[in-house]
Design a binder for this molecule. Sequence first.
Ligand SMILES: [Fe+2]
Length: 183
Amino acid sequence: MKIIEPRAWHEMIEGVLTGDNVKHYKKYLEEVKNIYKDSDGTDLSTLVYEVYSYSEGEEKKAGNLFWGLTVMYPVYLNGECNMTRGHFHEDTDCAEFYFGLEGEGLLLLMNKAGDMWAEKISKGSLHHIDGEIAHRIVNIGDDVLKVGACWPTTSGHDYKSIENKQFPYRIFKNNDEIEFFKI
Ligand SMILES: [Fe+2]
């Protein structure tokens, strides 16, 4: 028997995912400006969020898992809070866990009928997302928001349904108060 080094690390605090099989991308405002009500006045080259994901084995094999991390910067676009695009899972049998690592955020959730609600994200919070529920992360704090995740590699991402049927509320911060605006 031999003892080997782990193949990846998740430095839970003040860290990111590292390892040979870790994928990473950066999202700049230019690519996501259309999800905001009004991004005028903010440099389109602003880094809004980064995503890391890690898995082993064949991604198409049912039962395999991704481990992930989303890093969201405290960017406000004319008061509107920075958010991810949001998605349903293509395979609605696939649930997902999110967990708060740093910062302060909201997990926006929406069912197929368009009913929306939110859970508070903070350091240590754990969130189970049913496979049929759309999900989006919003940074409502003054610092970086880090949210970890674990989900089946076969989940897929359905962004189209969100483009066709938006989350019904936008999240703004005004004088340190969070405000919801119906679209
Ligand atoms: Fe997901």
